[in-house]
Write a protein that binds this ligand. Sequence first.
Ligand SMILES: [Zn+2]
Length: 165
Amino acid sequence: MTTQPGAHRPSGPRRMHGMPPKHDSPYETDHKQTGTMVCDDCRIVQHGGRWSWGGPPPGETHGGLCPACRRIRDRRPAGTIHVPASMLDDDFTLEKMARSVESAEREEHPLERIIDIEPEGDGLLITTTGMHLARRISAHLARRSHQKAHVRYDEQDEVTVDWNE
Ligand SMILES: [Zn+2]
């Protein structure tokens, strides 16, 4: 009888298209977690490895903090967008745009939230709890300004976006 290496290691290294390999991050969803967790902060529910808004299914639940709330608490963004001054509007509609992207993604990606939108020099710094939301906001910005975003991923599966050469 032969043993296939890796056959019983479903949590082994995974590679996604051009993305860096996954590393253990304290903010990853623990898919081995059993039962139902309700986040103490945002009340989001984890059941069967999935997070969603809305009430928990019947049965026992336990508390804790979801990965998004942990990042917010630790101020440890998964997405960081440096918006240069040249891309800002006078009336700061950019912040409104970022918030509307967030609410459009909210249902399908409950762990993707804006942590903060704050001045950074003459520009703006937008931080998010998830890479997906950072990419969505950056794509909107790039389209509006007709300037291609410069996107970098690091080993902790965090993304930084800027428009510098
Ligand atoms: Zn939460």
